[in-house]
Design a protein around this ligand. Sequence first.
Ligand code: AFP
Length: 334
Amino acid sequence: MANHVTLTQFIIEQQRGLKDASGTFSMLLNNIVTACKQISHKVNRGNLIGVLGSADSENIQGEVQKKLDIITNDIMIEALNWTGHLAGMASEEIDGFIAIPEQYPKGKYLVLFDPLDGSSNIDVNLAVGTIFSILRCREGVDAELDDFLRKGTEQVCAGFVLYGPSTMMVLTTGHGVNAFTLDQDIGEFILTHPNMKIPEETSEFAINMSNQRFWEEPVQRYIEECVQGKDGPRGKNFNMRWIASLVADVYRILTRGGVFLYPYDLRDPNKPNKLRLLYEANPMAFIIEQAGGACSTGRERILDIKPTGIHQRVPVILGSKNEVERIVSYHLQQ
Ligand code: AFP
């Protein structure tokens, strides 16, 4: 493993660069990494250990839960609640926020997570992932709701783990984006993609086309122009990808550019948006912007949104900066 930088080494060396760092954040990040290694093992074992399929229950979102939604949620909570680093947690799978049990010390951070994003893909063996966001909190107290309802610009760290052909962790603490590949033989994440940057131009878009009739006009216009290809106003052909797993679509965009859209749509007027702000849109927006891309609702920067609820949903348009800016301009021309 000569000259391979492990994630542990990377975190410690980043800590050294922060003059008054206590090491608490580094330990918290390592606790999250351990949880994700456990999740990777469960996901990779799948049917061999009977963890696939539906749990015959619904989460707070009214979504049918997979067994792995519950298992991975428990893994994250049990890996973090005892550490003394947290004042609270929030999960896609749990109503409200998660208090730290009385018997454990409280810390100065909050972790908000989607334990298994893309879980509708798990039974068909497609990529899924864990998304997490870390906020600083008032020290030594039990977190309250308002401690969680903070703009994405206040995140101190965002990351996701993609459980794909390789298990990869993508991480930012506000100093660029670095990706690590899990070496299953030694159980360590190895730095394989330092300082990831998204190409500003792209010819690839990701959207669920089956919702087309429900989109607003600016999105209709953008996608129509892409589909018209080189004979249309864009003067070039486009390719389309849709994995229905945010972590996988975002990783592809980090690697080769592209634009991802889960826009406002009128399928269900009571639920006009799909992706959750605090533990999906905000962490991805932090990562995408740190890699030189952009992330918007179409009308405002995702990271500037003042949250109103733990499970608030927003439209998400992210990826190559020039494409996102074009889509935003179409919204502003409305
Ligand atoms: P699940 O976790 O319910 O599979 O949803 C995944 C997701 O939140 C996000 O990862 C995908 O980009 C998006 O939903 C896919 O939504 P559609 O299934 O409507 O295409």
